[in-house]
Ligand binder design. Structure first.
Ligand code: 5CA
Length: 431
């Protein structure tokens, strides 16, 4: 893609309404545009990043055999009345009426709807376990939507639901999901910390939330340093669940169960939450199955959420400096930016196009900054956007047979011979 032809409406200054870094940067770089309080349009750059995050989430779900479905955003109120949550959910639920005056709602979550889908078709223990997920917009009429996409009213969530015969089997599904979550966040370049959590309006008595470390995060976390040193190939959910981790209002130095030298304190952002709630919904909604003895029993359920749109902001909170975003390679909108400082110089333009064509032909996501603007603006806009590798082409260097390669994570710049650049880049990308 050429920046000159793309729609990336960069703002000159930080918008005053944005209080946290990710919100400022997302507006500034033209990733999102607010349409109403807590409701955003996703512009090309923001949308591309969200799709990359979604792809990682989807791949890790598919890998463990969870099947993708798509439930609607609008739900009928009837099933919510059956579960008793129609009243309980209170003002956070956006209620609407159709032209017949039928009460509908914009789904804040999907426990009821999925249970209704399950109960009509699954009747026997032989069909269990069943794990289903979807990635769909949710609406929660938060009292104070704030921090941009981090606490929106409309937001994209991956939610899935497990159905099992009994508590023991349900814990297996829970642990499978737990493991997939850790892998998902590590793939995004993040450090996930799992903590025992409150179950809130979802219910049940077993729940974990997943926070990712970010220096500008909202929560203060106290945890065993072992939680930071995970090998994604070798994750034991039970072991991880036994490690100490707490948010600041649960932590007390005087009765902390681990030695001080093992305790780490960092800031975090919640990006995922999982629940085992047993038969809470299946009993109320009549989702019964026949067990091995022919007895009808309510199915055991869990639900598992990842804040897909929140992750876009959370990753920025984890990866930025005072000049802009520093995308981790796995979710970056483009892996490489080619910055042609002198688009009106024939040699610079030819070299930029040579690299661009090679990268495009090899299916490497690349963006070419071919704009006619000052060198200062070009460099600072690219720092702001934060593409991981930036090839900087200037007239003088090119005459001597060199270009610059900048790593946006470290901000280190190397001078590289023009014909060696592709090999070096390929090696870096493989790493
Ligand atoms: N039904 C369960 C699991 S599927 C559920 O809804 N869990 S939740 O309420 O904890 O939400 C799951 C994830 O969605 C959260 O971890 C968070 O990352 C994201 N999320 C929740 N509320 C918002 C919001 N207002 N804005 C952006 N993301 C949100």
């Amino acid at each position: 893609m050429y920046i000159s032809k793309s729609f990336i409406p960069i703002l000159k200054n930080n918008p005053s309404e944005a209080k946290i870094k990710s919100h400022q940067l997302m507006l500034r770089v033209g990733m999102i545009k607010q349409s109403a309080a807590g409701i955003y349009s996703w512009l090309p750059l923001g949308f591309k990043i969200m799709k990359k995050i979604e792809k990682i989430v989807r791949e890790e779900q598919n890998k463990i055999g969870v099947q993708e479905i798509l439930m609607p955003t609008i739900q009928s109120s009837e099933i919510w009345k059956e579960s008793g949550r129609y009243e309980d959910y209170g003002e956070e639920m956006l209620r609407i009426k159709d032209r017949q005056g039928k009460e509908m709602l914009y789904g804040p979550t999907n426990e009821e709807l999925i249970t209704e889908i399950f109960r009509t078709s699954v009747k026997s223990y032989k069909s269990l376990p069943k794990l289903l997920y979807h990635i769909q917009w949710k609406f929660r009429d938060e009292v104070r939507p704030r921090f941009g996409v981090m606490r929106g009213r409309e937001f994209l969530m991956k939610d899935n639901y497990s159905f099992d015969l009994n508590e023991k089997e349900a814990k297996k599904s829970y642990d499978k999901m737990f493991k997939a979550y850790i892998k998902t966040f590590i793939r995004m370049g993040l450090t996930p910390i799992s903590l025992r959590a409150e179950t809130g309006p979802i219910g049940g008595n077993l729940s974990h939330e997943f926070q990712i470390l970010a220096k500008t995060g909202e929560s203060k976390l106290y945890y065993d340093k072992k939680l930071e040193q995970l090998n994604p190939e070798n994750i034991d959910p039970n072991e991880l669940q036994s490690f100490y981790a707490a948010v600041d209002n649960q932590h007390n130095d005087n009765n902390c169960p681990i030695p001080k030298e093992d305790l780490k304190i960092s800031k975090g952002i919640e990006v995922g939450h999982i629940f085992y709630f047993g038969t809470k919904y299946s009993e109320k909604l009549n989702a019964f199955i026949q067990d091995q003895n022919g007895k009808n029993i309510p199915v055991h359920m869990g639900s598992y959420g990842i804040g897909v749109s929140r992750l876009v902001g959370a990753i920025i909170e984890a990866y930025h400096d005072d000049k802009g975003i520093q995308w981790p390679i796995s979710v970056a909108p483009f892996k490489i930016a080619i910055i042609n400082l002198m688009p009106d110089d024939q040699d610079c333009a030819t070299k930029a196009m040579d690299y661009y064509k090679y990268l495009m032909d090899n299916k490497i996501d690349v963006i070419l900054d071919d704009r006619f603007c000052s060198i200062g603006k070009k460099l600072s806009d690219n720092e702001l956007i934060g593409i991981p590798y930036q090839i900087i082409i200037g007239k003088r260097d090119l005459k001597n047979g060199f270009v610059e390669l900048k790593n946006r994570q470290t901000n280190k710049i190397e001078k590289i011979e023009t014909d060696k650049l592709i090999d070096i880049l390929n090696k870096k990308l493989q790493n």
